[in-house]
Design a protein around this ligand. Structure first.
Ligand code: GKR
Ligand code: MG
Length: 410
């Protein structure tokens, strides 16, 4: 089996409503690039990457002559071909490599007639637990806004009733930290017995990060995720609070993991199949996490069904999976895979058992959402049209206004 062709199609798929975060907003849709790697024996392996447009499609097209004739089984050679770790080719190449690795694993699984999890050591669980991903959001047709603590609680309760979540992650960094603390505590009061996590995408000042961590110490927290930016910032917060810290920003490769082992800054490493550069990179990181007693969870940087399948296969085989996975998935109004969106039941999603990744593309949906992308284009950075003129400041300097401070630092 040899790679014969690579196709990449940027799509935009509607979300139920615009979602707010510390850098602006997901303006009512996700932009993703779907990758199809075709082999000389007629199989098609699937990959996915965040963002898109001509440059993403072109980057995958440029790999076509380079990877033509490559045997998808040769995964380690593939890593060196695309993201040679000794050539300081990081950034996008890591993510390009991830998408092609997903497709090659999908191809190997289809070729052998086995699911990807069997290529990775076999599944330890049939389904993966997920957290509800709670965003402040703008209203949209048939969907209410989420801005006040009452609205947030109602939203969390509705998601719990629909999908069975018992863990809830609040995406913060949108409103002043004191206000978001009230929202978080309202969730805790409304959902006794459930677990919580808060992620302001590293925008808090050091003082506010410490204050926030101290102010939630009595609650049932999984962890506080990226309260401030940087390993040094996290270390200083960690010294002053009892809640475990997690990160998906500053421990996303082996070097950073080593630094975190030598001088601990984060207690929980969020394994993202794209940001780490593939499912296999996450598994290599997991061995280190297990050895050094670091917690781990499957992370979401946004996904359609192909990426979600990679997260499910990773979640199926990870030993020591101590936390529920993240997924933006329940905010999507649709998907590009056959059979529509994968379903949650009891807060979990079943791991696909079909050959390879176990999901296939619905060509009609891909065409429709590629057309929608051509019509609407990308959204410039994550600009928030609901806050014209607003733009994100330097992390850790967002809340310089004393009126928004959390209270005395202890
Ligand atoms: O979708 O706003 C978002 C998230 O903040 C995403 O961009 C992050 O990759 O989910 C992620 C996280 O920070 O945990
Ligand atoms: Mg995060």
């Amino acid at each position: 089996m040899k790679i014969a062709d690579i196709r990449a199609t940027t799509v935009t798929v509607p979300l139920e409503a615009p979602l707010l975060h510390g850098n602006g907003a997901h303006w009512g849709r996700f932009v993703r690039t779907i990758v199809e790697v075709e082999t000389d024996n007629g199989l098609v392996g699937l990959g996915e990457m965040g963002g898109g447009g001509q440059s993403a499609e072109q980057a995958f097209r440029a790999l076509r002559p380079y990877l033509a004739g490559h045997d998808p089984f040769q995964l380690e050679a593939l890593r060196f071909k695309i993201a040679n770790p000794t050539a300081a080719l990081y950034g996008d190449r890591t993510q390009l490599h991830a998408a092609i690795e997903f497709a090659c694993l999908d191809l190997i699984g289809q070729h052998l007639g086995v699911p990807v999890y069997d290529l990775l050591g076999g599944k330890l669980r049939d389904s993966v637990p997920f957290a509800a991903y709670l965003f402040f959001r703008y209203p949209a047709s048939g969907v209410t806004e989420v801005r006040t603590p009452e609205q947030l609680v109602a939203h969390a309760r509705a998601l719990k009733a629909e999908h069975g979540f018992t863990v809830h992650k609040l995406k913060g960094g949108v409103f002043p930290p004191g206000y978001e603390l009230d929202c978080y505590r309202a969730l805790a009061a409304a959902l006794p017995g459930d677990r919580l996590r808060y992620d302001p995408n590293a925008v808090l000042s050091l003082g506010d990060g410490i204050r926030f961590g101290q102010a939630i110490a009595d609650l049932d927290n999984d962890y506080l995720e990226d309260p401030v930016f940087g390993l040094e910032g996290l270390r200083q917060v960690r010294d002053r609070i009892s809640v475990p810290l997690a990160t998906n920003t500053v421990v996303v490769n082996a070097e950073q993991l080593a630094a975190n082992v030598l001088r601990r800054a984060a207690d929980v490493i969020l394994l993202d199949t794209t940001l780490w550069g593939g499912i296999r990179a996450c598994l290599r990181a997991a061995v280190v996490c297990e050895t050094f007693q670091l917690g781990m969870a499957v992370h979401s940087s946004g996904e359609l069904g192909v990426q979600l399948a990679t997260m499910l296969h990773l979640g199926a085989v990870l030993p020591g999976l101590s936390y529920a996975a993240d997924a933006h998935y329940h905010h999507l109004a649709d998907d590009v895979i056959t059979g529509g969106k994968l379903k949650y039941a009891g807060g979990r999603i079943d791991v696909p058992d079909g050959p390879g990744l176990g999901v296939r593309l619905d060509p009609g949906k891909v065409a429709r959402y590629a057309e929608l992308y051509r019509e609407l284009g990308g959204y410039p950075y994550d600009r928030d049209p609901g806050r014209p003129g607003w733009y994100p400041l330097v992390p850790n300097e967002r809340w310089a206004d004393p009126a928004t401070e959390l209270g005395p630092l202890t």
